[in-house]
Design a protein around this ligand. Structure first.
Ligand SMILES: [Zn+2]
Ligand SMILES: [Zn+2]
Length: 229
């Protein structure tokens, strides 16, 4: 019980384990928020992967095969305090991290969109977790951008193994036809919200389903992006 209470009313920051008096108003301390590694400015204009070379705008992968989404906007690298915060949010159920995480979106350029759509979970996964972390972020983003939110435009109809356990090719295979757009989104620009972008395979499958349902274009907005060192 103490452990459970400790998660919700921590006396030490759950990320850096140091005491902080900011924890009454914020789920993690100010130092940890400030220590999140922002993505470098020189990233692929499509998938937000950091670019090694100056003077180019797209990475080799996006040149070789154009994804169904046209851009990804990400706040930070998925490492350090950001990684800890996302894990607390997603797997320890610290839902009050949704708002401060979504606040970070205020510092990135949000592409113009008619509709905000969260990356959905299957019904089974939703029941297990009790909430969809992407929906909570999408809701907060919708509140401050005033772009309408739709949580039933995109559905996940196929259970997929945890993506972190799969290689790139297997990820793509397992996600095939996992998402469907249940309603027409003809001519609409859609912003798809997720907590983390790893390879972009999930976002690409979501974008594919939305484009199939008539979307004009699809952008991704994520709190963090995995950067391979
Ligand atoms: Zn901290
Ligand atoms: Zn790219």
């Amino acid at each position: 019980m103490e452990r459970v209470l400790g998660i919700f009313f921590p006396s030490v920051c759950p990320v850096c384990k140091k005491p902080s008096d900011e924890l009454a108003t914020s789920p993690i301390c100010g130092v940890c928020w400030a220590n999140m590694s922002r993505l470098p400015t020189n990233v692929c204009s499509v998938c937000a992967k950091p670019l090694e070379v100056e003077g180019i705008t797209k990475c080799g992968d996006c040149y070789a095969e154009k994804p169904f989404y046209y851009t990804v906007r990400a706040y930070a690298e998925f490492t350090g305090a950001m990684k800890e915060a996302v894990h607390l949010f997603k797997f320890s159920g610290v839902r009050r991290l949704a708002r401060p995480l979504a606040e970070l979106f205020k510092t990135i350029e949000i592409p113009e969109a008619d509709l905000i759509v969260p990356v959905p979970l299957t019904k089974k996964r939703l029941t297990e977790r009790g909430f969809n972390q992407s929906l909570l972020l999408a809701k907060a983003l919708s509140d401050f951008t005033k772009i309408p939110l739709s949580y039933d435009t995109l559905l996940k109809v196929k259970e997929t193994p945890h993506q972190t356990s799969l290689s790139g090719v297997d990820r793509i295979k397992s996600l095939k036809n996992a998402f469907v757009s249940a309603v027409s989104v003809k001519g609409k620009s859609i912003a798809v919200v997720d907590d983390v972008l790893t390879t972009g395979a999930t976002l690409n499958e979501c974008a594919k389903a939305l484009v199939k349902a008539g979307a004009r274009d699809v952008a991704g907005i994520v709190a963090a992006r995995t950067v391979l060192q």
